[in-house]
Design a protein around this ligand. Structure first.
Ligand code: NDP
Length: 366
């Protein structure tokens, strides 16, 4: 995924109109500044943890990087030095249970390959920690349910890393849909993909990834349709295409699917691991349209409306926003807007898409 330069100023009326939304998300944490920042332990020090999450935690007001879980000893040494993490807060996947004695750690952020989220969530819950888990939550509905049950049993909170639920340009589009600013949303086109490099990585292995582009980036398109409609799909028809049957032997390369929602809204989507330049959505409405291109990047998401208004709201860091919100929910005992149940339901719809591909016909969810 590409990184675009951050925008510094509100430049347009659309951005100004949406500013209260942004202030609402960030402001909740400011208003309730805790005496102690909640300690976050990152579990799995890969690309996302290193390049996005650790830097984001330096910007959060109510939580901080307090520990790490890694299977790579050289990373442990590097991170201890770089972030001043004490030796007592460094774990590997086998010693995570010892976190129960560590009062500096409140939250475990699971950032390992998809099919390891269950194992690491169970370990964190058993140690009495709250869990923030990356998307997709897991690779089956049953495994998601086990995560929900374990965290509930521990009396802790579970949330899923859906950063677009906090990204102000995406939220502005939800506002346009809800308030029918350009009329009713009728048709949604949402697509996301990137050209997969390293052919040896876990994303191409079914056991660790659960699926391919659909699980990894198609999930953003599914989220867009659910966010804009406020509804869940009741009918899905899907198909798969491959241009490289060797590289994508175990997982899907490109998936195209169509969903129907209870109100009659239709969503069309493509996810792919073979092309760049596909990372946006457009909602066709009764009086025009609105959309973002890009919609799903870490920075620089922006778009337009059919009334020629730009959608371009600056955001400092989506990851900091979602982590601040989770910490705020824990501190103030509020329900998360992205609970484990949402992660589970997305996995249910992803599985319905795979079922449609396998059966070669539409799947009804009503
Ligand atoms: P990486 O491959 O870069 O990192 C995964 C890390 O998990 C590894 O570095 C390793 O850390 C640890 N790990 C433990 N067991 C294994 C194993 N068997 N194979 C490979 N790695 C293992 O992946 P990403 O950081 O890109 O993705 C991690 C998760 O985050 C995924 O669920 C992905 O979907 C999600 N993600 C979310 C994004 C978002 O925008 N919300 C963006 C990118 C990813 P160590 O060496 O420390 O043990």
């Amino acid at each position: 995924m590409q990184h675009k330069s951050r925008r510094q100023f509100l430049t347009h009326s659309a951005a100004l109109a949406a500013a209260p939304l942004l202030a609402g998300v960030a402001g909740s944490a400011i208003a309730q500044a805790p005496e102690r920042k909640l300690g976050v332990a990152l579990c799995g020090l890969g690309s996302l943890a290193t390049n996005q999450i650790a830097p984001a935690l330096l910007k959060t007001r109510n939580c901080r990087l307090a520990g790490i879980v890694t299977g790579t000893p050289s990373k442990a040494e590097e991170w201890k030095k770089k972030y001043g993490i004490p030796a007592k807060s460094v774990y590997d996947y086998q010693t995570m249970n010892r976190m129960a004695d560590n009062k500096d750690i409140d939250i475990v952020y699971v950032i390992t390959p998809n099919a390891l989220h269950l194992e690491h969530t169970l370990a964190a819950a058993a140690a009495g920690k709250h869990v923030f888990c990356e998307k997709p939550m897991e690779i089956s509905v049953e495994r998601c349910q086990q995560m929900i049950d374990a965290v509930k049993k521990a009396g802790r909170m579970l949330s899923v890393g859906y950063r677009c639920q906090f990204e102000p340009n995406n939220l502005e589009c939800v506002r346009l849909a809800k308030e029918k600013v350009l009329g009713d949303v009728k048709i949604i086109d949402a697509n996301f993909g990137f050209a997969m490099g390293d052919p040896t990585q876990w994303r191409l292995k079914r056991d660790l990834a659960g699926g391919g582009s659909l699980m990894d980036v198609g999930i953003y398109c599914l989220q867009t349709a659910r966010m804009l409609t406020g509804e869940d799909p009741i009918w899905i028809n899907a198909s798969e295409a491959k241009t490289d049957a060797v590289k994508f032997r175990e997982v899907d390369e490109t998936v195209m699917w169509q969903s129907k929602f209870p109100s009659g809204v239709v969503a069309n989507s493509v996810s792919t691991y073979s092309a760049n330049g596909l990372a946006g959505f457009r909602a066709a409405t009764t009086r025009g349209w609105f959309g973002l291109e890009p919609a799903y990047f870490y920075n620089g998401n922006r778009g337009r409306r059919s009334d020629n208004t730009e959608i371009n709201i600056p955001v400092a860091d989506q990851f900091a926003l979602e982590l601040e919100d989770f910490a705020d929910c824990i501190i103030n005992k509020k329900a998360s807007r992205v609970p484990g149940e949402m992660g589970l339901s997305d996995v249910k719809y992803l599985m319905a898409i795979y079922e449609s591909i396998k059966k070669g016909r539409p799947v009804s969810l009503a």
